[in-house]
Design a protein around this ligand. Structure first.
Ligand SMILES: NC(=O)c1ccc[n+]([C@@H]2O[C@H](COP(=O)([O-])OP(=O)(O)OC[C@H]3O[C@@H](n4cnc5c(N)ncnc54)[C@H](OP(=O)(O)O)[C@@H]3O)[C@@H](O)[C@H]2O)c1
Length: 271
């Protein structure tokens, strides 16, 4: 059982969406929140809101696509707060464009934020966890890391990498007999605004998830040391479907409307 009380909990992308919700809930459980985001204004607002509710919160503006900025901010955090107990690698971005429409810079940034930052963040805070022989590294990946979709080549590839990162990290820690926990989170679309405009054909099987419920489940998964959280349940069928010949797999994805979910995507930052 991972307890939040008086634990240093660092969350990236904490100024909005899932990061903010998880921060609210972790603060309610007595965690000491260390929130990172690129968006100064919303970060200050989140910090003030949580502080007004009695939460212990500190905020750091950091663009996690910048490795040097991560190093500098991490050093500051370690000096000011000591070791991190629960690291939640949450920040993520999406371009939502086809492979030819996306600019080189957008593709690179997607990997910098969604994949490479996992390495720089974990390399910064894992040594402290190893020294204290406890800790928890959470990777917010996506159901897109289990199955591809049109207009998500960069995002999907970055999330496949995130899942591979978590899996190998878990096995590496196991191989070295280090008792640091890991949790990977793979949700379908969530109503945070990041994927504004997406559509689902069968909303009973594949609903657009509610931000608040997803945050609750992430908190519970961390508390229970669950290694993997996939939601909704129907997403587990991907593992079975992948045993089928590829043309059948593609036909099932077409039937479920998965390959059209991004057709009307606008996202939070249109353009
Ligand atoms: N929403 C979904 O449907 C969905 C589904 C599956 C998985 N996920 C994953 O869940 C995680 C959270 O998603 P969300 O929906 O909560 O997203 P969100 O509402 O857009 O929140 C992400 C936060 O991260 C910040 N951020 C973006 N780039 C950053 C950077 N370079 N450095 C630091 N902070 C940065 C964003 O700031 P700005 O707003 O200024 O960019 C925003 O405050 C992501 O990893 C996402 O891939 C989301």
């Amino acid at each position: 059982m991972t307890d939040f009380k008086n634990r240093n909990v660092l969350i990236t992308g904490a100024a909005s969406g899932i990061g903010r919700r998880v921060a609210e809930k972790a603060a309610g459980l007595g965690g000491r929140l260390i929130l990172w985001d690129i968006d100064q204004e919303n970060l200050d607002k989140t910090c003030a809101d949580l502080g007004n509710k009695g939460g212990q919160v500190s905020a750091y503006v950091c663009d996690i696509s910048d490795r040097k900025a991560i190093h500098a901010t991490a050093e500051k955090v370690l000096v000011e707060h000591g070791n991190i107990d629960i690291l939640i690698n949450n920040a993520g971005i999406v371009s939502g464009k086809t492979i030819l429409d996306a600019k080189d810079e957008e593709i690179i940034r997607t990997f910098d934020v969604n994949t490479l930052a996992l390495f720089w963040m974990t390399r910064a805070f894992l040594p402290g966890m190893i020294t204290q022989n406890s800790g928890h590294v959470v990777t917010i990946a996506s159901a897109a890391g289990l199955m591809g979709t049109a207009k998500l080549t960069d995002y999907t590839a970055s999330k496949y990498a995130a899942i591979g990162f978590d899996e190998s990290l878990r096995l590496e820690l196991r191989r070295q007999n280090i008792s640091i926990r890991t949790t990977v989170v793979c949700p379908f679309y969530i109503d945070t605004g990041m994927f504004e405009g997406v559509k689902t054909r069968f909303s009973l099987l594949l609903p657009i998830l509610k931000e608040d419920k997803v945050a609750d489940k992430i908190i519970r998964a961390i508390q229970k040391n669950r290694r993997r959280l996939i939601m909704p349940l129907f997403i587990y069928s991907v593992f079975l479907c992948k045993l089928l010949p590829v043309p059948i797999l593609d036909a099932i994805a077409d039937f479920l409307g998965i390959n059209k979910t991004m057709d009307e995507f606008t996202g939070r930052h249109p353009g």
